[in-house]
Design a protein around this ligand. Structure first.
Ligand SMILES: Nc1ncnc2c1ncn2[C@@H]1O[C@H](COP(=O)(O)OP(=O)(O)O)[C@@H](O)[C@H]1O
Ligand SMILES: [Mg+2]
Length: 341
């Protein structure tokens, strides 16, 4: 359960907004999340719920005019929001790496995969283990060391024939291999935390399973803590110890995976579960949640899910609904649980 693992990364009351001409986009509102050391945490919700912006906020990569405020984004005792830019650059990649949602736009088309992995290692000065090596270019022995590390990384993420593969360009890779290459880039600096934003969404199911196995192995063997961002609650259920469900920029339910999936409390979590196809067991009719994620501009107080919720009533509107602890380590943001207290 959440409380029992040592916290490695903690988001405290994180809020990120985009003030636009037509209004303020409330992309992330008051999010509390704790990633334990060695944990895989699932952040789940439909597209447009604020998952990617939450991840970008951790790394302070929210694009202009986005603004993040929080009581803290605490990583190993340091508040990342207060670090000077130079320190923050060291954290990015080296302590916390991100696999961005769209692999094709992250890889640079004009450099070979090997060059891109080497570059990432170089930036973080990991080749000699003592910070940045200047002047560049390296002498011959450090070039050889870099090349060996690159090939080792490619092999580790399951890219066949690493020597040949390292000379290839992104467009020569399949979608699955591009995703593996991105994981290799992210891992090349041996980060403690990996933010994996929809790492398998663009892939077909067999490749999806392979990539998830790879992430799982990285977690087990290297002890890398992972936030798995996905719209697929079934995927999160399979790989995560804890799950946080996000809707319209807020966490609406959070707890141990078996609790959240076997005994969901928030109507939105119920809805997500009803959308998961099952291969084993009885065939159930799939029930998509009616309606769509709201526009996050100028959201009124109250529950943003209410227009899609079969339990909705007057009290759901007009005031913020708190997260209520329904059992130890398990919180839900719904009027159904605030009243019974
Ligand atoms: N650069 C941006 N400018 C304005 N709004 C943005 C920007 N990036 C994201 N948003 C808005 O923030 C909200 C959350 O987006 P996002 O985090 O990408 O959702 P998810 O990853 O859950 O699909 C959306 O309403 C989106 O339109
Ligand atoms: Mg996203």
């Amino acid at each position: 359960m959440e409380a029992q693992i040592e916290a490695l990364l903690e988001l405290r009351n994180l809020t990120t907004v985009f003030p636009l001409k037509r209004g303020v986009v409330q992309a992330v509102t008051g999010v509390d999340l704790t990633l334990g050391r060695g944990e895989i945490l699932g952040l789940v919700g439909e597209s447009g719920c604020g998952k990617s912006v939450t991840m970008l906020s951790i790394l302070r990569l929210v694009p202009y005019p986005g603004q993040t405020v929080a009581h803290g984004v605490v990583f190993e005792g340091r508040d990342l929001l207060k670090l000077p830019p130079g320190e923050m650059r060291k954290v990015r990649g080296r302590d916390i790496a991100m696999i961005f949602q769209d692999p094709m736009s992250t890889l640079n088309p004009v450099f070979s995969i090997g060059e891109q992995i080497g570059e990432s290692m170089r930036i973080h000065g990991l080749l000699d283990g003592v910070g940045l090596r200047l002047p560049w270019p390296f002498d011959r022995s450090s070039r050889r060391a870099e090349r060996e590390r690159v090939l080792q990384m490619l092999a580790e993420v399951g890219i066949p024939a690493p020597a040949e593969a390292s000379r290839r360009y992104p467009h020569e890779y399949s979608g699955g291999m591009q995703q593996r290459a991105l994981i290799a880039i992210a891992l090349s600096c041996e980060p403690k935390v990996l933010l994996a934003d929809e790492p398998t969404t663009a892939l077909d199911v067999t490749v999806q399973a392979q990539i998830m196995d790879l992430l799982n192995r990285i977690n087990r063997e290297r002890g890398t803590s992972i936030i798995l961002v996905t719209h697929d609650l079934g995927l999160a259920a399979e790989f995560c110890q804890n799950i946080a469900v996000m809707y319209a920029g807020r966490i609406v339910e959070k707890g141990a995976t078996d609790k959240v999936t076997e005994d969901p409390r928030h109507p939105y979590t119920h809805g997500l579960l009803a959308c998961i196809p099952r291969i084993r067991g009885e065939r159930k009719k799939l029930d998509p949640i009616p309606g769509a994620v709201p526009d996050l501009i100028n959201l009124p107080p109250g529950c943003a899910f209410h227009p899609r919720c079969s339990f909705a009533r007057q009290e759901c509107l007009g005031h913020d609904i708190p997260l209520v602890e329904v059992e130890p380590g398990r919180v839900v943001r719904c009027i159904l649980y605030t009243e019974t207290r």
